[in-house]
Design a protein around this ligand. Structure first.
Ligand code: APR
Ligand code: PHB
Length: 391
């Protein structure tokens, strides 16, 4: 089998890249380890920056997003019985964000690629990537348990944090940076209308809570829990009681409904540098992870593949390697901005059992500053909607 670009992974990064390459007339084959059903039902975050919505529109994959996505003009910062609404458009030159589940984006992209007859193989785990330091890389994968080889010009490693691509970069070249946060998030999907217009990010001494949503009838809520927490210890009543406590505000009530799904996700900050080596290019979670507090994971993945698709266009259609050579640096600038913002939001809002009295007072002072200072709110808003550079 032969193609120009071998794409590994059918998450948002790999699927969107496959669409953007198709739109440029560049042949690609996508290999995914899991089955389609699994990929279409993984629950993930769902907050899209305007730039992310724009790329999905450009890819012709935003029809349902435009119909069903919920545009949000700000967030609520809630703590100590106070609620501060931080308005985005007035602080960012008119920008907003859109809530639309990542799962839905994956379904939309798969449906579109299937309709276009894409060469996309599920149940096809990649086992090895070879020859990325030459000009004829080869990707080995399994189909029906039998090994096959895909020959290509470029490899796009879009296989998430646990994929094989990152490991193909020589250990003496790859540098990784990591912070494991001492929390996890317990997330639920509940069949109940959201009790809020905009998302609520709440800090309390009991821990962080987030009230998000998926539609006018489905709420998505999260609780900070211990990294080793067990779902078995979290029956519905305990989840709702904890959400009520942490989101409490005089005069406001949290509506409850049947819990449809629940999961616990660890929180990690991670970056691998460089994001490319020879003919291999990492995109999305394969190269970087952010804690979900800043809602940046999906947006970073989309931004990476936008840069990569353009660089592939220059390479195959104009014969220039400049875009590919600049890929890693171009992405890492955005990645580190998002890493810093996500870590900052996480530290600001979560409760640490091991915090000293001094650290707790500093955290309270910072929360009060963010909720009181227009400059601080401008900064939060600018980062939340997606910081863009002037040059
Ligand atoms: N061969 C083929 N596919 C693989 C392999 C392999 N060896 N290893 C992993 N994969 C697949 C996974 O099964 C998964 O479907 O790669 C895909 C990676 O998808 P995601 O984890 O969704 O990663 P990405 O596309 O980068 O999306 C990033 O996901 O975790 C969130 O917050 C994050 O929103 C961000 C988004
Ligand atoms: C979500 O809706 O899943 C969501 C929203 C904002 C976040 C994280 C998750 O910061």
């Amino acid at each position: 089998m032969r193609t120009r670009v071998a794409i590994i992974g059918a998450g948002p990064a790999g699927l969107l890249l496959s669409q953007l390459l198709h739109d440029r007339g560049i042949d690609a084959v996508l290999l995914e380890a899991r089955d389609r059903e699994y990929c279409e039902h993984r629950q993930r975050a769902g907050m899209l920056e305007q730039a992310t919505v724009d790329v999905l529109r450009e890819a012709g994959a935003a029809d349902r997003l435009d119909r069903e996505g919920l545009v949000h003009h700000g967030i609520h910062l809630r703590y100590a019985g106070r609620d501060r609404h931080i308005d985005f458009p007035s602080r960012t030159g008119g920008r907003s964000v859109t809530v639309y589940g990542q799962t839905e984006i994956v379904k939309d992209l798969i449906a579109k690629r299937v309709a276009q007859g894409a060469r996309m193989y599920f149940d096809a785990p990649v086992t090895a990537i070879e020859g990325i330091d030459g000009d004829a890389p080869r990707v080995r994968f399994l189909r029906d348990g039998v090994e096959e080889v895909l020959e290509c010009d470029l490899v796009a490693g879009c296989d998430g944090f646990h994929g094989v691509s990152r490991g193909a970069i020589p250990a003496d070249v790859l540098k990784t940076y990591e912070r494991v946060h001492p929390f996890a998030w317990l997330g639920i999907l509940a069949d109940v209308a959201p009790s809020t217009d905009d998302l609520i990010y709440a800090h309390s001494e009991r821990g962080f809570a987030l009230h998000s949503m998926r539609s006018r009838a489905v709420s998505r809520l999260y609780l900070q829990v211990d990294p080793d927490a067990d779902l078995a210890d979290w029956p519905d009543e305990r989840i709702w009681a904890e959400l009520r406590e942490r989101l409490a505000l005089p005069g406001w009530t949290l509506d409850e409904g049947p819990i449809r799904e629940r999961s616990i996700t660890p929180m990690r900050s991670f970056v691998a540098e460089p994001m490319s080596f020879g003919r291999l290019f990492l995109a999305g979670d394969a190269a970087h992870i952010v804690p979900p507090t800043g809602a940046k994971g999906l947006n970073l993945a989309v931004a990476d593949v936008r840069v990569l698709a353009r660089a592939c266009g220059e390479f195959f259609l104009a014969g220039s390697r400049a875009g590919l050579d600049g890929y890693s640096d171009a992405c890492l600038r955005r990645v580190w901005r998002a890493e810093q913002f996500s870590s900052w939001m996480t530290t600001l809002l979560h409760a640490r059992v091991d915090a000293s009295g001094f650290d707790r007072r500093c955290q309270e002072a910072e929360l009060a500053y963010v909720a009181d200072s227009s400059a601080a709110m401008d900064s939060l808003a600018e980062n939340y909607v997606g910081y863009t550079w002037a040059d």
